[in-house]
Design a protein around this ligand. Structure first.
Ligand SMILES: Cc1cc2nc3c(=O)[nH]c(=O)nc-3n(C[C@H](O)[C@H](O)[C@H](O)COP(=O)(O)OP(=O)(O)OC[C@H]3O[C@@H](n4cnc5c(N)ncnc54)[C@H](O)[C@@H]3O)c2cc1C
Length: 485
């Protein structure tokens, strides 16, 4: 079978009839990750307009419709979901799909607990593989692990922690060929895992459809009409405007544009808990992700000694370099995550990545993702990723020839402390800005819907206000080279 591959990027489409990349104003545009059907024209008004059919918009629309129907407070069709392309056309459709709670920002642990409850609610339709998540560090991260292990337990997210010889024993019991040198501390999260992104998008879109959400795809939001108090009265699009009572924005890498339309600040003074202030920081900083896929050679698997799909593996060794095949150092530290990804690779294989690279306050968001020539991983990434895997597993030595030559790039808009902002920007415009953490945070849409239908803000959402930057509640305690902690 020949798959549509007009860009020559060696894409694998699990849904073979995925549409070809369309052009908007002469520019290639990332298509939805799934076939789109039953989408409706823009209605003139709605109670709730959700902008963006990524994980947050889809989850918000699905849960809103479900709670409205179940509570008798409205109908599923009171919710209109708008996307300029369709489901999964942004980061959600191309994420690695790792679901974990490995955060040194303890306030995120309840968000992940609420999220895993959604993943667990329909693992088949969400493509959720609850294989667990194993993270490995050097002794220099032990204190952080002790703290986050305790915080995870307190938030209902059980994990086990091992140090020293116990850590080595745990790793080699799972994977007898694991090379445990410098692996001093291990955390094993039981409720974590990964999800195939296209299946998850499909499942969420179908749930929106089943609960009656009016799904308007192929319509671009061009601005927000607001009254003198700042409230949104209508959402403007290239197909006319839709008046509404409440807007939810889940716009991923496009958030800075919507933020500006809604009157959000482009710069702000950021006050930290120790009292120091960083003046006039950019509200948004783009980073580009470094990810890739590698085929497993014939006869090599990524299963445990117990014949199970392996947990997702995350290794950060701050002082352990990675060397290439010729013995030269590629980087002076190790940071790699990997998961079994046959559904993505198109054959038995692994998908993973390393620390993203900062771009700055502006980026070329279009075309998004794999189509953008500017933001794909360079050659060294393939060397680094394969060498790091070979450093960790005997069975994964010499993987470099099996690295899949295809694009895996994508960018994200990060906040000043690299932690999400979930907040009202006007009294009726709720913005879900996940700081590029959030494929795993499928539960934010559920918490959002609970708040909008029942009135009270769930405690899980409360720490993530914009005001934290002004009041000294800025996050940022971390001991890692990555912005995702
Ligand atoms: C390469 C990569 C790998 C990642 N891996 C992981 C991972 O393993 N685990 C994890 O938890 N997170 C991961 N992430 C982060 C995660 O994918 C994102 O944080 C999350 O998917 C963002 O979801 P979203 O709904 O906010 O935005 P998106 O998925 O980007 O969706 C936004 C949608 O809004 C639409 N839109 C934007 N502007 C308009 C407009 N004006 N009018 C109409 N529609 C509009 C877009 O078309 C798009 O469909 C990864 C990200 C990238 C880039």
């Amino acid at each position: 079978m020949s798959l549509p591959n007009p860009t020559g990027h060696n894409q694998w489409y699990p849904f073979a009839n995925r549409p070809l990349p369309p052009e908007v104003d002469g520019c290639l545009t990332n298509p939805p990750a799934i076939p789109v059907f039953d989408s409706v024209p823009l209605p003139p008004s709605a109670r709730f307009v959700v902008v963006g059919a990524g994980v947050h918009g889809l989850s918000s629309a699905y849960h809103l419709a479900m709670y409205l129907e179940r509570s008798g407070r409205g109908k599923g069709s009171d919710v209109v979901l708008i996307d300029k392309q369709g489901p999964g056309a942004g980061a959600t459709g191309l994420a690695c799909g790792c679901v974990r709670n490995l955060y040194m920002t303890n306030q995120l642990h309840p968000i992940l607990r609420a999220s895993v409850e959604v993943w667990e609610s329909d693992p088949v339709n969400f493509g959720f593989q609850q294989v667990g998540y194993v993270s490995v560090g050097e002794a220099n991260q032990e204190e952080d692990y002790v703290e986050l292990h305790a915080s995870q337990a307190a938030s209902g997210y059980p994990s086990d922690m091992y140090t020293g010889s116990d850590a080595h024993a745990f790793l080699t019991k799972l994977w007898p060929d694991f090379k445990t040198e410098n692996c001093d501390v291990v955390l094993h999260e039981h409720r974590s895992g990964y999800a195939g992104t296209h299946i998850a998008v499909w499942g969420l879109d179908q749930k929106c459809r089943q609960w009656g959400v009016q799904r308007v795809y192929g319509t671009t939001v061009t601005g927000y009409e607001r009254d003198a108090s700042g409230s949104v009265t209508a959402v403007e699009t290239d197909h006319g405007s839709i008046s509404c009572e409440q807007v939810v924005v889940g716009a991923g890498a496009w958030t800075p544009q919507h933020w500006e339309w809604l009157g959000g600040p482009s710069h702000l003074d950021v006050v930290y808990p120790d009292g120091h202030t960083e003046e006039q920081m950019d509200m948004w900083t783009y980073w580009r992700l470094l990810e890739g896929e590698v085929l497993l050679p014939e006869g090599v698997d990524f299963r445990t000694a117990q014949y199970r799909d392996s947990p997702v593996l995350h290794v950060e060794l701050l002082d352990t370099p990675v060397y290439g095949e010729d013995g030269t150092m590629i980087l002076d530290h190790t940071y790699v995550y990997t998961r079994y990804a046959a559904e993505r690779v198109g054959a038995p294989g692994l998908q993973g990545g390393t620390i993203p690279i900062k771009i700055g306050p502006r980026a070329e968001v279009e075309p998004y993702g794999h189509l953008n020539d500017l933001y794909q991983a360079e050659e060294w990434f393939a060397d680094y990723y394969c060498s790091a895997l070979g450093m960790l597993f005997k069975r994964l030595e010499n993987l470099r020839p099996y690295f899949k030559d295809r694009r895996n790039g994508g960018i994200g808009a990060f906040t000043p402390d690299n932690v999400p902002v979930f907040d009202h920007l006007t009294d009726n415009a709720w913005v879900i800005a996940d700081s590029n953490h959030g494929f795993k945070m499928i539960g934010v849409g559920k918490l959002t819907a609970q708040m909008l239908v029942y009135g009270d803000k769930p405690y899980e959402l409360k720490p993530f206000t914009l005001d934290r930057y002004r009041t000294g509640g800025t996050f940022g305690s971390r001991n890692s080279n990555s912005p995702w902690v």
